[in-house]
Design a protein around this ligand. Structure first.
Ligand code: ATP
Ligand code: MG
Length: 406
């Protein structure tokens, strides 16, 4: 697996530090949140000591965007720091996170879970009971987005989640941990013993006026331009539902393409109204969103097999090479996609699988996508990994890659 270094060399050119008042250039209405995250990071990095932050809030409230910005400003320029960014969605089982962490930090592939834990125990230091905390020469920064995916189903005591937060919260630790998820009560429910140590930040849902500003900002570069009425209508709808700005931006894009299709001079109230009604008709979108990650990968493979006649065999081969090419195997039990996985997509109405042709095998059955590629991509909710997988693009600079000291 390729690793990327974020460790500034001692003689590297100093990175320009952005002053707090310049915070959130592309982030509207989140100045306070960005400031608070930066302060947490700054304090840990300045003292060269660990700590943990849990950022939560409903979908599309800007958690990942704010964290990425704050990390770029505070963490990236710091010397002697190993930075790793993971997404909980990558793991079929929470325990896999240990191996992924060790690999991302050291390049080592461990033979077992206990080997990984032992390796991490050696990396993450803390100070002995009663001894004063000393700044660390080497620090570790770990960001886990969708950290709630590490919750072990059916377990009262969350060993994996607890272990990771425990490393960061041990006195004098050298691990700075940031977890992001939707659940507001995650640390209350699953980390009761560490509740006091883990810093909690809650992102509130956006209100109508904030949504207007954010959507206006992102759509300002588009042509044709958006009429105020169109943005207002969208913001009103979204604010009354979830306050999820991602959903609002998706609707803006849909209205924009409707306007483009009709060669209109502007994106009007009517375009937005149509976008709103067509999105509520798209029943498949919700189904795709709820699919397990590997089935979303399977959909990406189907989109990649952009030939007229797609067969199970071709989707399986594309899936396998895609998983290898993107080095996603660590997140899956194997590179193999079974026919029953594809049949599951059929049961959900997303694809139709044909009959076995005469003198052929079941893997020669054809697959027809019943949802438009645009709707599949839209269901990925701006998840850059999935979007790039579907398009075949090779730029892996997204939150799910590993970043580590080289
Ligand atoms: N305050 C903001 N200003 C400008 N753009 C924003 C703002 N908040 C969110 N966005 C944009 O909206 C989209 C969704 O934001 P983001 O991914 O940060 O949400 P999230 O809270 O992490 O959602 P999820 O819980 O689903 O992961 C991104 O494209 C982001 O750039
Ligand atoms: Mg997010």
């Amino acid at each position: 697996m390729k690793r990327r270094t974020f460790c500034s060399e001692p003689n590297a050119a100093p990175t320009k530090r952005i002053k707090p008042e310049e915070d959130g250039k592309d982030l509207i209405g989140r100045d306070e949140e960005v400031k608070e995250i930066r302060l947490f990071l700054h304090n840990c990095l300045h003292a060269r000591l660990g700590g943990s932050l849990y950022v939560c809030g409903s979908p599309g409230t800007g958690k990942t965007a704010c964290l990425s910005y704050a990390i770029d400003q505070e963490v990236a320029p710091v010397p002697k720091l190993t930075k790793v960014s993971l997404n909980g969605n990558m793991f079929n089982s929470p325990n896999f996170v240990y191996g992924a962490l060790l690999h991302a930090m050291t390049g080592r592939t461990s033979s077992s879970e206990s080997d990984s834990i032992a390796g991490l125990n050696k990396l993450f230091k803390s100070c002995k009971l009663g001894k004063p905390m000393k700044p660390h020469n080497v620090l570790y920064f770990v960001l886990i987005d969708e950290v709630d995916q590490l919750i072990q189903k059916g377990h009262d005591r969350q060993v994996v989640l607890y272990q990771i937060f425990q490393w960061a919260n041990a006195p004098g630790s050298n691990l700075i941990l940031v977890g992001i998820a939707n659940a507001i009560d995650l640390h209350d429910r699953y980390l009761p013993d560490l509740k006091k140590e883990v810093k909690l930040m809650i992102f509130q849902a956006y209100e109508r006026e904030q949504l207007v500003q954010i959507m206006r900002f992102w759509m300002s570069k588009e042509t044709p331009r958006f009429e105020d009425d169109a943005i207002e209508l969208c913001a009103r709808k979204i604010a009354s539902k979830s306050g999820d700005v991602r959903m609002g931006l998706g609707l803006c894009r849909r209205a924009l393409s409707l306007a483009k299709m009709t060669l209109a001079d502007s994106v009007s109230f009517v375009h937005m109204k149509r976008a709103l009604s067509s999105s509520s008709n798209s029943a498949y979108t919700a189904t795709i969103k709820s699919l397990p990650l590997f089935q979303k990968y399977a959909l990406c493979a189907i989109l990649r097999c952009a030939s007229l006649k797609i067969t199970i065999k071709c989707v399986k081969a594309t899936y396998k090479s895609m998983i290898k090419e993107w080095q996603l195997s660590g997140s899956l039990d194997s590179c193999e996609l079974s026919e029953s996985h594809l049949e599951h997509l059929q049961n959900n109405g997303i694809v139709t699988i044909g009959k076995t042709p005469p003198r052929k095998t079941s893997s020669d059955r054809s697959i027809i996508l019943k949802v438009s590629p645009a709707d599949v991509i839209e269901s990925f909710d701006d998840n850059s990994l999935l979007t790039q997988l579907a398009s075949g693009a090779k730029n892996k600079s997204n939150g799910t890659s590993f970043y580590a000291k080289g």
